[in-house]
Design a protein around this ligand. Structure first.
Ligand SMILES: NC(=O)c1ccc[n+]([C@@H]2O[C@H](COP(=O)([O-])OP(=O)(O)OC[C@H]3O[C@@H](n4cnc5c(N)ncnc54)[C@H](OP(=O)(O)O)[C@@H]3O)[C@@H](O)[C@H]2O)c1
Length: 261
């Protein structure tokens, strides 16, 4: 019997844009995309050091990389970054939103409105700016958009409103993009990241927000009884971004060890 032709996972031309590529999860995504043959454009926000480390890993995987500073709150800067990446690599076939600010974990009664406003500016508005900059490029390439969210948008997690509220907005943006842009061949999906031992984890442990009691309780409610890794999250992101997921759009895949069940 003749085997059906297997499409390549990603096009040979153009690049993948990873916003948050200097972060723990963004780095794992950038490297896995490079290992699957993608050139990568990635950003940093607070300092170039971690972005350069990611860039070295992308080069080590044999791909080209473009690095620039981007503050997601600045719409014009976000557009310039996506346009530059497209000009540099000859298009953009994949856009991944893997950014977000540090989130202090407090009860709403202890959280000033200014903290809520600030996180919405970085995260929800930042993602909106990225989507607006990316859509013309993704229409041309019939590409995909994938955003990191959190399982706390399904199962409430106390003291986590600064993560859950913007991510709920982002999940709705992803669904709307999927519904509106599907006719142009553009797909959009989200990945809900459970408690993992990479990225923000280190700062949360250092600040005491993730103490032993919290980590033990998190493990206990997960079906798989262990914390995850950035690589495990990246596997799901890269699958959803790839042609293997070509008939999947508007979905949120929880990669959380069974936390949100
Ligand atoms: N790690 C977890 O357990 C977990 C769980 C659920 C959801 N998430 C979400 O997953 C995403 C990535 O998390 P992570 O663990 O990889 O965090 P991370 O290591 O702290 O990385 C965050 C990334 O976002 C960038 N960033 C922050 N504010 C920005 C802004 N205004 N403009 C542009 N870039 C900005 C950072 O750049 P610089 O490093 O240059 O500042 C960094 O690249 C976040 O949205 C986080 O909320 C993480």
């Amino acid at each position: 019997m003749k085997q059906p032709e297997r499409l390549p996972d990603f096009p040979t031309g153009g690049c993948a844009v990873v916003i948050g590529g200097s972060g723990g999860i963004g780095r794992a995504i950038a490297v896995q995309l490079a290992e699957r043959g993608c050139d990568v454009a990635l950003n940093y926000f607070s300092g170039p050091g971690r972005a350069e480390e990611t860039a070295e890993l992308v080069r080590g995987a044999g791909r080209e990389v473009h690095v620039a500073k981007v503050d997601l709150r600045d719409e014009a800067v976000v557009k310039e970054f996506v346009d530059d990446a497209s000009d540099h690599f000859g298009g953009v076939h994949t856009v991944v939103y893997a950014a977000g600010p540090y989130i202090p974990m407090r009860f709403i009664s202890q959280q000033p409105a200014s903290a809520f406003r600030e996180v919405m500016e970085h995260d929800a508005f930042g993602c909106y700016h990225l989507i607006q900059a990316a859509l013309p490029r993704l229409r041309t390439s019939k590409g995909s958009f994938t955003a990191l969210v959190t399982p706390a948008i399904r199962r409430n997690a106390v003291r986590d409103i600064l993560s859950a509220a913007p991510k709920a907005a982002i999940e709705q943006l992803v669904k709307a993009v999927a519904a509106e842009e599907g006719r142009f061949g553009v797909r959009a999906n989200a990945v809900g990241v459970g408690v993992i031992t990479d990225g923000l984890y280190h700062a949360l442990v250092e600040s005491g927000d993730f103490d032993q009691r919290f980590l033990d309780a998190s493990r206990q409610v997960m079906a798989l009884k262990r914390l995850g890794t950035a690589d495990e999250v990246a596997e799901a992101v890269v699958f959803l971004a790839s042609a293997r997921a070509r008939w999947i759009t508007g979905q949120t895949l929880m990669v959380d060890g069974g936390y949100a069940i």
